[in-house]
Design a protein around this ligand. Structure first.
Ligand code: GLA
Length: 696
């Protein structure tokens, strides 16, 4: 069988300083694999002087967990030594925790134990006599990779005369040539996207009919409630709806699914027409307290632009969402992440300036000269606009946060016309301590995040409840996205503080390890997903991503199919993280398969759970509103998986079933679960995504 691993070996021509000492930084470090940023010679991962516990080191290897550097010593070295730790550049952020591990010929030779920010360098001295293959690894200490900036300072070998060693990174799957599975949308009209939408009484309504098919196309709607109007050319539905007269006595979260024609619950027939045909689809508009009745779909600036975002880039992203046709598949939100505000002690002139004006209103930075103009621009395209802040005085990027200004900020967002707020915990803990009088440290200098995170639910909920109240009082609907990485099992109480979605994990990055360890560990939160409340395993990492350093995603093609299939099964908010001006056909295709997206947008709002684990096989099943099941069969292994699958009970349906391949959009089998079997061929780290429907 073909082997799927191959080492990234790099031949070297460098000479060592002396015959006895080979400095690690003289070797080829560029081949090291790491889960964030690029390997650095004599610098930290962010490009600063290597600094551990206040001490600066001239030489060494700056990296980021999870990191692997393999060295072919072939018995040529006697000793490896280094000074290791978390680089000071992350300002004592408590999220950082890493472990340095030295392995020789697959045996652990040395481990640092868990190291945290601010600690002095630890001495690593290892006897490597006779070792053939040495691995220098940094793990995330099993708590996610946020802020895990790792330095191997003063790292060097004592040798018996060897002058250099070949280096390679960790094992990775070989690249897979892109292959497109989704058939092109028909030229006749087809209406895609969510079939239910929530709006609060009196809030401005905006819904763009997502329709594929040749243009020009004209739109109409049957039974559109008075108060709403439809633009026949653009398909934009706008207006406001009145407060419902009566609410059914048994009204609960999902009542709109079962009770038609109650006040505030409108079933509209959308119609799209072109010269080749006409399509119709029902849309349920539910006017009540709850919004985000299906997971939000859109784009966010962080995974591509991070601290380099600007209003111009955001407008271009909005344009790209329209020009690429994504708007025709239900993609809606265009969200600005951190760095629209001014930044504490920034050296960048575009981030310098007052944090707030004399009335206390937040001041956007020079890259965002007209916030209302930006939101208007996005709305004119039929899209919605999103923004970012923190309940602490400073955001995670050291920009102005909302601490003590929640009502004023919420009012501003609404005046500007924003429809979505991501509210990110950073710096809240020390502010809370200071407020209680346990510290004299308030107002906080940016980056002083050393306060311990609270463990009580009440403390964790408080800042989110305050902003919720402020948002709820605004005359517009603002989707509320909690970002605190899952602390205190946020899924259990996120709804109580008005959250529409909540991050369940630390930050994602574009590696298999990051994506799979997040995506395949969401079952605990699954019971809490429902219309209006979504577990958020973080934003998408397909396309050109890079947090200010754009590069094609490090996920293989099959890993990307896995990523999108899994996020849709998980009923996750889908926020594209790439530069949408740089779409290639493959990425666009991944994001525009309407049958796959329909799994995410299914109105029942259930989250898939793992129903089968067998070796490298994982099956995730999601119950859909029409009684069918979406099932993803994933291969976590590095070899192709071919199997005959006949144990249907975990799928949750029995009898005669129609099986449809959602990526290929075609029926693949009719079977009876009593005696049928499905042949599954799943590529390494790949998926097949099926919908099982009881046969009529
Ligand atoms: C945190 C969040 C990210 C992003 C950055 C912005 O790390 O988890 O998604 O918003 O902050 O600084």
């Amino acid at each position: 069988m073909k082997t799927l691993f191959y080492p990234l070996l790099a031949a070297l021509t460098v000479t060592s300083v002396s015959a006895e000492t080979v400095w690690l930084d003289d070797l080829n470090l560029a081949v090291a694999t790491q889960d964030f940023g690029a390997p650095q010679k004599n610098k930290s991962v962010d490009g600063h002087a290597l600094t551990l516990g206040g001490k600066v080191f001239e030489r060494g290897f700056g990296t980021h967990a999870d990191s692997t550097l393999n060295l072919k010593l072939d018995g040529g070295a006697q000793k490896f030594s280094a000074r290791v730790g978390v680089d000071d550049e992350i300002n004592k952020n408590p999220s950082a925790s890493i472990e340095f591990i030295v392995r020789g010929d697959d045996k652990v030779l040395w481990q640092s134990g868990v190291m945290r920010a601010g600690a002095a360098a630890k001495a690593c001295e290892v006897d490597v006599t006779g070792v053939t293959a040495l691995e220098l690894a940094v793990s995330d200490a099993d708590d996610g990779i946020s802020f895990d900036h790792a330095d191997w300072a003063e790292a060097k070998f004592e040798t018996a005369g060897a002058k250099t060693f070949a280096t390679s990174g960790g094992a990775v799957l070989p690249p897979v040539a892109p292959y497109i599975l989704t058939p092109p949308a028909p030229v006749t009209p087809r209406i895609n996207g969510a079939s239910v939408v929530g709006v609060r009484p009196g809030s401005p309504f905006l819904f763009t009919i997502p329709a594929t098919g040749d243009r020009p196309m004209s739109f109409s709607a049957k039974k559109l409630p008075s108060g709403l109007k439809l633009d026949a050319k653009t398909g934009h539905i706008t207006g406001t709806l009145p407060r419902p007269q009566a609410v059914p006595a048994d009204a609960k979260g999902g009542y709109f699914l079962t009770h038609d024609n109650v006040s505030g619950n409108y079933t509209v027939t959308l119609v799209a027409k072109n010269s080749l045909g006409t399509a119709e689809k029902e849309l349920r508009i539910v006017c009540g307290d709850r919004i985000a009745l299906t997971p939000p779909m859109g784009w966010n600036s962080w995974n591509c632009f991070a601290g380099e975002v600007s209003a111009e880039r955001v407008k271009r992203a909005a344009d790209a969402m329209v020009k690429s046709g994504l708007i025709n598949h239900g993609w809606t939100y265009v969200n600005v992440d951190d760095f629209w505000q001014n930044r504490h002690n920034s050296k960048d002139p575009t981030l310098q300036g007052a944090f707030r004006d004399v009335q206390g209103n937040i001041v956007p930075n020079a890259r965002f000269p007209d916030m209302k103009g930006l939101a208007d621009y996005i709305h004119k395209l039929g899209l919605k606009a999103g923004l970012y802040s923190s309940p602490g005085p400073w955001t995670c990027g050291n920009c102005t946060g909302s601490f003590d200004r929640e009502w004023q900020d919420a009012a501003k967002y609404a005046q500007w016309g924003f429809d979505y707020l991501k509210y990110d915990w950073c710096s809240y803990a020390p502010a809370m301590e200071a407020r209680r009088g346990n510290s004299t440290n308030y107002p906080l200098a940016a980056g002083s995040w050393s306060g311990a995170h609270p463990s009580s639910h009440a403390d964790l909920m408080k800042p989110y409840a305050i902003m919720h109240e402020a948002l709820a009082a605004q005359p517009r609907d603002i989707v509320y996205s909690l970002c605190q990485y899952g602390m205190g099992d946020v899924w259990e109480w996120g709804d109580q503080v008005g959250g529409n979605c909540w991050r369940t994990t630390g930050d994602i990055t574009d590696t298999w390890k990051s994506m799979s360890s997040i995506g395949f560990n969401q079952d605990k939160a699954a019971p809490f997903a429902k219309p209006g409340n979504w577990n958020d395993p973080d934003m998408l990492i397909v396309g050109e991503v890079g947090w200010g350093n754009l590069h094609p995603t490090h996920l293989t093609v099959d890993e990307q199919y896995t990523h999108i299939s899994l996020w849709c099964l998980l009923a996750a908010p889908l926020l594209i993280g790439c530069d949408m001006e740089k779409f290639d056909d493959f990425t666009l295709n991944l994001l525009s398969n309407d049958e796959v997206l329909a799994v995410d947008q299914d109105p029942l709002g259930q989250q898939a759970t793992c129903v089968l684990k067998d070796g490298h096989l994982r099956a995730y099943a999601k119950k859909l509103a029409d009684g069918s099941r979406a099932v993803g069969f994933f291969n976590l292994g590095t070899q192709p998986l071919n199997l005959s699958f006949s144990a249907f009970s975990p799928v949750g349906l029995a009898g005669r079933l129609t099986v449809r391949d959602l990526w290929r959009q075609k029926e693949v089998a009719q079977l009876n679960t009593a005696n049928g079997a499905l042949l599954l061929a799943i590529p390494p780290h790949g998926v097949v995504l099926y919908r099982f429907t009881p046969a009529k």
